[in-house]
Write a protein that binds this ligand. Structure first.
Ligand code: UT7
Length: 332
């Protein structure tokens, strides 16, 4: 095993400027601010409305900010991995388009699809590339334009989602603060509770699939909720235990932002206080692969070198997991 460790050395983010709030949603479907706040905890979400723009454009905005903040030129990046379920096109990969648009002329790149766990899966992948010694500057992107696959006539799903992108830079760690441990899991039998019915090889696009509204997120909310609560908490408790991390030693839990009640239940099982939990669900909703890097982006100024962070997520697949890391820098 190599002695090289991987550290997050910068974070960038982007959300579109257009806001869809609960009042406007209440005029589109039979719902209310009160119901959405009580059952989910979302006040508003950002929507990418600009014609001709897509997931890669949000990712490029986040990436450009990251490069500027870390004083990195595009040509220095060796590898970029993009987690998304709303790529610009079925092929080529959105990661390729991001590299092209941002001038990453020396990087190779590809996408991974792990839905809401995409960023955690991609971070684990990027980390291992750095640890191998072969790559020195790796960008991990989580980006989703969920408005493209959200049915705004379905009140059970349309309040949930928003658009956004986040990106982090991974480099060989200089000191003792780096990505320490991870647990990643999958259960493909969960597909039936959360998926997109058409547009893949099982059911290619047709007039019928469009008429049946089968190109949008299909979710059986309660079934997903139950498994999400137990799986996110299970792996988060397990990673604390095996790293001998007491609740009071954890600086931040960085949970996927799908539902405030899932986040609170996870924090309770871990024995941590609400003030140890990063939350931005009320402003952005569920941006799928982007929730975790957007939390890091929002809270960056409050993070200090040596802070103990646990990242955790649950999503379609089912996919879930957790990563334990020590934050590697002070931002001011
Ligand atoms: O990020 C990927 C993983 N996804 C998740 O983690 C999401 C997990 N699931 C959830 O977060 C929740 O299940 C939802 C937020 C999707 C739904 O909340 P819930 O508390 O499970 O509601 P429910 O589906 O059990 O519905 C309760 C009631 C139903 O009415 P009846 O049958 O009791 O009369 C629904 O028709 O609430 C109704 N309802 C709504 N009412 C007002 C459903 N959606 C709405 C709505 N506004 N938007």
């Amino acid at each position: 095993m190599s002695d090289i460790k991987a550290a997050i050395t910068g974070v960038g983010g982007y959300v579109p400027s257009d806001i869809l709030d609960n009042d406007e949603l209440s005029r589109m479907v039979d719902t209310s601010d009160e119901w959405i706040m009580q059952r989910i905890g979302i006040k508003e979400r950002r929507i990418l409305k600009e014609k001709g723009k897509a997931t890669s454009d949000m990712a490029v905005m986040a990436l450009n900010e990251l490069l500027e903040k870390t004083n990195t030129s595009p040509g220095e990046i060796d590898f970029l991995i993009c987690a998304s379920i709303t790529g610009d096109m079925p092929f080529p990969s959105t990661a390729n388009l991001i590299c092209y648009k941002a001038g990453l002329v020396n990087a190779f790149s590809y996408d991974i699809n792990a839905a809401c766990s995409g960023f955690i899966y991609a971070l684990e992948t990027g980390r291992r590339f750095v640890e191998s010694g072969a790559y020195k500057k790796v960008v991990v992107v989580g980006a989703d334009m969920m408005s493209a696959i959200t049915d705004y006539t379905d009140r059970t799903t349309c309040p949930l989602f928003g658009d956004g992108a986040g990106a982090v830079l991974l480099e060989p760690a200089k000191g003792d603060d780096f990505i320490i441990d991870s647990i990643l899991q999958v259960d493909g039998s969960g597909y039936k509770h959360l998926h997109c019915k058409a547009g893949g090889s099982l059911k290619p696009c047709s007039h019928e699939t469009v008429d049946e509204r089968e190109h949008f997120v299909y979710q059986e909310g309660q079934a997903v909720f139950k498994v999400a609560v137990s799986k996110m908490a299970d792996v988060s408790v397990e990673i604390m235990k095996r790293n001998h991390l007491k609740p009071e030693e954890l600086t931040w839990l960085v949970p996927h932002q799908a539902n405030m009640r899932i986040i609170e239940a996870t924090a309770r099982r871990m024995g941590i206080k609400p003030e140890q939990v990063m939350i931005n669900i009320e402003r952005y909703g569920n941006t799928t692969a982007a929730t975790i890097p957007l939390c890091l982006w929002d809270y960056e100024k409050r993070l200090n070198k040596g802070d103990n962070l646990i990242l955790t997520s649950f999503g379609a697949g089912f996919t879930w997991g957790t990563i334990y890391l020590k934050w590697a820098y002070n931002s001011i």
